[in-house]
Design a protein around this ligand. Sequence first.
Ligand code: AMP
Length: 201
Amino acid sequence: MKLIILGIQGSGKGTEGKLIAELYGLKHISTGDLLRKEVIEKTELGKEISSYIDKGNLVPDELINKIFLKNLPKDKFILDGYPRNLSQAEFLEKVNPVEKVIFLELPEQEVYHRLGLRVQCKKCGAIYGLNVKPKKEGICDKCQSILERRKDETPEAIKKRIDLFKKETLPLLKFYKSRVIRINGNQTVEAVFEDIKKLLQ
Ligand code: AMP
């Protein structure tokens, strides 16, 4: 099974992507997570890409394609945050085309509401929000470090990322046409997951 999970910021791609990966035994590949790890670990690459991420811009295609390819297995994967534009989709189509694209739909006002609640662990990068709350407020469940706002979740960076999603990522729905499965993302995590399972069968 080779899947993409697509959706606007805050639509639940990460949460649902992990659930699907677990159920079907797939590798969950989040390019956002891969990039944030480089930044947190202050690698050379991390230093190069942090200004793009913090401002809400896309990391250049050549860089992201290289990182992405290094992490891509032959089969059994779900992609979250990749491809982000037509050029990345064309690249993927050449190297390893996917079978289905799960598209989580969410109204824009709900995006702002959800992102307003989102925090990230300073140390391990785990993300918490509306549906995934830490057991102890402000503290990461996994490593007990402090939770803070993501640097790319200032009002300016959020607006930039939403604009980029509409301009660069939404056209992928036309590119993938009949491979797209539309899901109402404005429901609980469980209800979205149930819909995905039904429609994937
Ligand atoms: P995400 O967690 O998917 O929202 O990604 C966070 C940030 O990482 C994005 O705003 C971009 O700066 C960068 N990023 C993640 N995936 C990609 C991609 N496929 N192409 C370019 N930049 C990306």
